[in-house]
Design a protein around this ligand. Sequence first.
Ligand SMILES: O=P(O)(O)OC[C@H]1O[C@](O)(CO)[C@@H](O)[C@@H]1O
Ligand SMILES: O=C[C@H](O)[C@H](O)COP(=O)(O)O
Length: 943
Amino acid sequence: MNPLASVRQFNQSIWLDYIRRNILVNGELQRLLTEDGLRGVTSNPAIFEKAIGGSADYDASIQALALQGLSAEQIYEQLAVQDVQHACDLLRPLYDAADSGGDGYVSLEVSPTLIHDTEGTVQEGLRFWQQVNRPNVMIKVPATVEGLPAIRQLIAAGVNVNVTLIFGLERYKAVAEAYLQGLEDRAAAGLPFSRIDSVASFFLSRIDVLLDPQLEQLAQQGGEKGALAQSLVGEVALASAKQAYQFYKSIFSGPRWQALQQQGAAVQRLLWASTGNKNPQYDNLKYVEHLIGPETVNTIPVETLDLYRLSGQPQSRLEEGTEQAAQVLARLSELGIDLNQVSQQLEDEGAQKFNEPFAKLLTVLEQKRQQALQAPVVPAELHLGQYQAAVDTKVAELNAQNFTAGFWNKQADLWVEDATAQQSVRSFMGWLRVAETMVGAVPEIEQFVHEVKAAGFRHVVVMGMGGSSMTPIVFKQAFAGQVHGLPLSVLDTTNPGSVREIEEAVPLAETLFVVASKSGTTAEPLAFGDYFYNRLREIKGERAGENFVAITDPGSKFVTQATQEGYLRIFLNFAEVGGRFSALSYFGLVPAALYGLPIGDILARAVRMMRACGAYGPVSHNPGLELGAALGVLAQHGRDKLTLVVPDSLSDLGLWLEQLIAESTGKEGKGVLPLAGEPLTSISSYGSDRVFVYVGYQDQADAVNEQHLAALEAAGHPVVRILMEDARDLGSEFFRWEVATAVASAVLRINPFDQPNVQAAKTATDQLMKVVVEKGALPQTSEPVVRAQDAAYYSNVPGRNAEEVLRSFFGQTKPGDFLCIQAYLMETPALNEELQQVRALVQEQLHIATASGYGPRFLHSTGQYHKGGPDTGLYLQLTTDHAQDLPLPGRPYTFGTFQNAQAAGDLQALQDYNRRTLRIHFNGNPTQGVADLLAQLRTVLAK
Ligand SMILES: O=P(O)(O)OC[C@H]1O[C@](O)(CO)[C@@H](O)[C@@H]1O
Ligand SMILES: O=C[C@H](O)[C@H](O)COP(=O)(O)O
């Protein structure tokens, strides 16, 4: 048996004298608990100095906390408290176990600067107790003269205390006395004793380190005294411990103790501390092997722990040589050594030994804090030409009304007048500070990632719609090749071909499926979840749930389902964070971390932007406000087509911006229409409804796009450029654009946080699905205007053949319109290519903007704008029959029918809003269908 685990049979508990974030996160502490039978953890200022000051583990958190305005000391406290909380959570099952035996604790020491300050110690002890907020934390209090009354008071207040820095027997007795008095005070106040635990940490190696040289010097003088001194070298620490244990037995046995014990009090166990050997001549296990005995604890540094695991030989030895031990201590005085003086010196040095690293740690933190504060956010360069003056006026107006302060105070009248709408605005502004909350959740997420990898998962599939899956799509592309996490796929379409493609590409049994739905009621993710859960049941039976993770709001129906199905983990997001504003919450960060992204750094960048936008006090320039004001004012001047130009590696950022901006602003007949992925066409093909935004990288030349933008700018179009340092700046950009979107909405006087017109398509789809459930198939659609050989054309425009229908449809185009291609087809590179050519042709020939989206993805993105925004769209819907369909388990329909119902439902909704629509249903291969359409359009649109 592992010697470490065997120690328990002698009723001693082994604790770990070490803490560092990586061992909490990477499973190391958990392994020590499970395999080595470890039963507690202790920390001290020197340990934290090594962990925080001596590693880069905490740098991202330090940056984020510094940017939030915390001082070096506050940063230390926050980090230490977080680690202790995390460790407490890992030890909690042990603490809660019936046979916990007073174990399962994690110790956090009060500041070493308080070593002679009773009141300060009590206050800080109580503060830490509340901050850590875990029943299994112990507050470490030094056993100085001033510490004794603090121990008593904290015990009386019900705080678990680890008394530290005990070097001598007299002081040990005073410590036990303070503990008893604390308990008695508590009893007198009529308060219970249950689960108040305390340990008395007797420091060992430091005693020998101080005394051995003195003894050796005396030994060199020879004679009888010399011989005595020689015999005592290396003996004093162990003798002190053995003697202390005898005192312990007598203190915790008499009638006084029994009275307390009867009321439920627990003994204050002796804990052997400072048990890492510091003298190369001694056995490294010296302060472990000799001190094994009942009702004691030994807190052991990692190196000693590793050695003990290899060669420990546990036996109960604490009461061996008790007589001799007493002799050793008694005879010291014959050598003129006063043990009380020695203890005092050790105590003074002990204070020093913790003060120095603590001061060093604060210095390091201060440097890192300053660095964080000096790092600027990436600027957005706004070249607004003739609109500059109007935008400046709006910015001045917003500043004059103190917009930034009102914004951070969730002042809803900045957007809407109606009281109910204001309430809704306020209740969806949790995104403002969600990045701060998530900084604290990083270790938890990273630990989860380690567990997932350790369990053998090799792939991750995120399944969700709109805001719930868009961020992972962006991350996947932007960080491709730069990270080494688990490969990631995102499923956000009901297209049976795409579902099958993912199914065939992943190792099902070793794939983690993340079902992401804020509401927990969105039809698509629930269908994806059910489909893959069923597949996993076929492979793993009852254990299928082990491959599933949910991200959803607290209390959603999906929580119940995921619980019943035995999901591996349920991440509860925040009700007050809306879907498209959830990039920096669990929705964006859990998949990101699984993919291997440095989520701490990404969050730190987000906090940097929060700070720049006035989250922590007034700012002279608010980049989010300035961008948002520009977008709002430009839209009011008819420049409402926000055309996104990005390098290939950021093309999916366009999709994210589309869903954020379109779903937030496209309502009440107003809005900003973001256009992602438009092909570049001749400068004259762009109308005066455009504003161009480039998001790229500082150190990556993008000549083609840049030349194009320069020409557009020269032609009088407003152009915005944002050049990120690296992909981690996406954290900043998500936040900048969220603020800008909210500000643009304020300029347009709309509520950015609802999506009133998305429901129209959902309701129409639901009705169609009811028919499917009842009748087994979708209802017949009305007759097409034209039925050609390979395609049918449905529209309310006239035409005797395909060409005429296309001519009538495109003949409706006015300046300021846009073509919106809605492809309910399987996304493939070849199809993308054909669609891009259609867009380019339309842009060139009709001088209108073009958008293209796959259904149902765009329904949760630009779909809101299509129905709620201005009536400027020509909607070209492309559908097909699904040659290779997929059944949906437990439902009387297939993915293909579901997707077609979504197309039909949205078409219905568009027509209900009197939008101009043309549906082309391809009978054959859709890519060929689009190629044929392109050929026809070349004729139809030719000037
Ligand atoms: O996360 P949920 O609730 O499944 O919603 C998915 C998406 O659907 C919408 O609610 C509506 O399109 C989006 O706002 C959201 O991001
Ligand atoms: O609680 C544990 C003590 O802080 C620790 O054991 C001190 O050990 P050291 O003497 O090696 O610093």
